[in-house]
Design a protein around this ligand. Structure first.
Ligand code: ADP
Ligand code: MG
Length: 695
């Protein structure tokens, strides 16, 4: 095995490769373009493209692709070869600056939420020089943004880059007030912890529901689930260990900082955490990670499930989005400082996040909403659908003391004057105890835990970046003309705490009482996707994203429509899959089993043997079969009834109320049927077979 240090980043056209291969002037220009987003002139672009091509060809590459992230949330690529004819039947390998910087995929089939009419179906892709090009599967991948000809973002990357700009602009304004002269950029950083399931390929291929929808639509609970908590951090099975090792190596080659791999709570569930990096790169890397997980699992005859809730009654999978802000000088702005001055800055940044989460609860909620995540949020193991912020006892007490101008009740009683006093030290590990909070401060970063395991992290970070940028904008506006900075800052922090403390909650987020209390506090409780989608059109949100030039009103409307359409489509596929499973597999099997029981009963009876059990069971199965058949008819009617509804929103609500309800009913019947049918008859691997399939 190659040394990790040699392997790391070996497939990435990164800074050191550029430095080694580009003429000094060109390298400098690329650096400028990375830092300030300046466009490369065509001559420079040609030189970069050529160097990239030569580097790639040395590694056996023949094709390139603009690697982009359409609104479906997965990545897209269209491979083109470097081959260019030169006459005489010969070719040369060519790659121009123009091809590097801009591409025109025939992208008419990508969802646009109505943004493009088909007659102008072409979009274009534009290189994002802040994310390095890399080689995957022998193809040179160029991370790109994807826009319409009108400039509307058709992807997940463009808005994320815009939101990075927004927080940079406003962050710099605020930092200047604190006298940070050497800071020229503020970026956000993210470390997304990725959860997933690994199951054996054989059981997977026997289940149509897993293959078509990524989750089990039926399945009775096994006698042993996760109740023993013996899987969490348990020993890793050899097959899984081999998978993890190969995954780590492949990720390292692509410059992804895979760091920890361990078992999760549920049987067959695992987690990978990378070391954090700049948000848009973290988003690219997370997409690569999900793709490689699925590909490498196959090599070990396993299937990686990224669905948010593959198994009812078993922990679902999420993605914990660890988020912070940092300066180009390496200062983490959410790290409590040593000096009164650092503390004041820290407190204001903390306030910015608290206010952002409170003001834009709805947008944060919708950024993680999907049909799949609806099955997970609010479950006992997942964060509730209500958004609140956990700060930890000490920090909460400090904020309270500041708000009330009272002495802080720690060991040493002291009055805290922002900018004058140092913050009392609070132990870092005491901040990460509350695992039930959807948005927790964990010492020097916030952890947003509502993201689903399969989604791009872009959506949530676009909202987070922009909402915090807005808090910072307000603070800069308020303080820029201040005559008495320290005093005004203190008062500002007090007023933010006063106005937004309702969002701070340290208790148990799974507790029923919290729902009532949250309501009394005026916090939003939006349990399902249709509940939260309307906020895309809310004037407050339209203004936010327009002000910071992150989404135009049209772009928001497109996302509104996309989310509703996708919600209905996903549920429709699940409903149809259920129908076919019942008609084609379950009813025939139940019929055969009840016939066997009936035959046995007849035979026994003719011999004068007691046959009450067979008769009873045959009758029960026949009844459940009839119920299942009726359930399928009800489900079909529910599905058909959506066809007449023209409005997307009304359709999504009806889909939830009619289709999902019918699906849940049907599942109950079928699961009962499963638990009283002989195993040799049941057409699908059971939950037990699946969850303990990898040995
Ligand atoms: P744990 O949450 O298990 O205690 P850590 O706190 O070390 O583990 O890290 C969890 C994740 O948070 C990792 O992906 C880590 O890289 C990331 N992380 C740590 N610091 C930051 C930061 N400043 N910004 C964003 N992510 C961070
Ligand atoms: Mg963590």
């Amino acid at each position: 095995m190659k040394k990790v240090t040699e392997m790391f980043g070996s497939m990435v056209f990164n800074d050191s490769v550029m430095q080694a291969r580009l003429p000094k002037e060109v390298y400098k220009q690329v650096q400028q373009s990375i830092k300030f987003g300046a466009r490369l002139d065509s001559e420079t672009a040609n030189i970069v493209a050529n160097a990239m091509k030569d580097w790639a060809i040395e590694k056996g590459v023949t094709h390139f692709t603009h690697w982009f992230q359409p609104m479906t949330g997965i990545t897209a690529e269209k491979h083109e070869s470097f081959v260019s004819p030169v006459g005489g039947g010969r070719v040369i390998m060519e790659f121009s600056g123009k091809e590097l910087i801009q591409g025109e995929p025939d992208a008419s089939s990508f969802p646009t939420g109505g943004l493009r009419a088909t007659f102008e179906a072409r979009g274009y892709t534009a290189w994002d020089p802040t994310s390095y090009a890399f080689i995957k599967d022998g193809v040179l991948c160029i991370p790109t943004a994807f826009c319409s000809y009108g400039g509307e973002a058709l992807d997940k990357k463009t808005p994320l880059l815009r939101s990075m700009e927004a927080i940079n602009r406003q962050g710099l304004r605020v930092l200047k007030l604190f006298g940070n002269r050497d800071v020229t950029a503020v970026r956000t950083t993210v470390g997304p912890e990725q959860e997933y399931f690994l199951i054996d390929k054989n059981v997977y291929e026997k289940r149509r529901d897993l293959m078509y929808t990524g989750r089990t639509l039926f399945g009775a609970m096994p006698p042993k689930g996760q109740e023993l908590d013996d899987h969490y951090f348990g020993t890793i099975k050899p097959r899984v260990a081999a998978f993890m090792q190969e995954l780590d190596e492949e990720l390292w080659k692509l410059g992804v900082l895979a760091k920890t791999e361990h078992n999760e709570v549920a049987p067959s569930q695992h987690e990978l955490a990378p070391i954090y990096t700049t948000t848009n790169i973290a988003a690219d890397h997370n997409q690569i990670t999900m793709e490689l997980m699925q590909k490498i699992a196959r090599k070990y005859d396993m299937v990686c499930l990224l669905h948010e809730k593959p198994f009812a009654g078993v922990n679902g999978s999420g993605k914990h989005n660890n988020w912070s802000m940092t300066t180009n000088t390496g200062v983490n702005l959410l790290e409590p400082g040593e000096t009164p001055y650092e503390n004041a800055q820290f407190l204001l940044m903390l306030c910015a996040v608290i206010q952002a989460v409170d003001d834009y609860q709805d947008m944060l909620r919708v950024s993680v909403a999907s049909a799949a995540n609806d099955h997970r949020l609010g479950g006992d193991e997942a964060p509730p659908a209500i958004i609140s912020v956990f700060l930890g006892e000490e920090l909460e007490e400090i904020l309270e003391a500041i708000e009330k101008d009272e002495p802080y009740g720690g060991k040493v009683k002291e009055q805290i004057k922002v900018g004058v006093h140092a913050l009392p030290k609070f132990p870092k590990d005491s901040t990460d105890r509350n695992r039930t909070s959807p948005f927790a401060f964990t010492g020097n970063k916030f952890e947003f835990r509502m993201l689903g395991s399969s989604v791009s992290i872009s959506g949530a970070n676009v909202v987070l970046n922009t909402a915090v940028a807005e808090s910072l904008r307000q603070y800069a506006d308020a303080l820029e003309g201040s005559e008495n900075f320290e005093n005004d800052l203190h008062e500002l922090i007090r007023s933010v705490i006063r106005d937004h403390k309702r969002i701070i909650f340290s208790g148990n987020g799974y507790d029923e009482n919290w729902v009532k209390e949250a309501e009394a506090r005026g916090l939003l409780n939006l349990p399902t996707t249709p509940d939260c989608v309307p906020c895309y059109l809310d004037i407050k949100n339209v203004e936010l994203f327009a002000r910071h030039r992150v989404y135009s009103e049209i772009e928001l409307a497109a996302r509104y429509k996309m989310k509703l359409d996708t919600y209905c489509k996903v549920n429709r596929i699940e409903a149809l899959t259920m129908q076919s499973m019942v008609w084609q597999d379950i009813i025939p099997v139940a019929g055969a089993y009840s016939k066997e029981l009936a035959d046995t009963a007849v035979a026994k009876k003719s011999l004068g043997i007691e046959c009450g059990l067979e008769t009873e069971l045959a009758a029960k199965i026949s009844r459940l079969m009839a119920d299942a058949a009726q359930g399928v008819r009800t489900l079909k009617d529910a599905l058909d009834s959506l066809d007449d509804i023209g409005d997307n929103y009304t359709r999504a609500v009806a889909c939830r109320d009619r289709v999902l309800t019918a699906m849940n009913e049907l599942r109950l019947t079928v699961d009962e049927l499963e638990s009283c049918t002989a195993e040799k008859y049941w057409p699908y691997p059971s939950y037990g077979d699946i969850l303990f399939s990898v040995r």
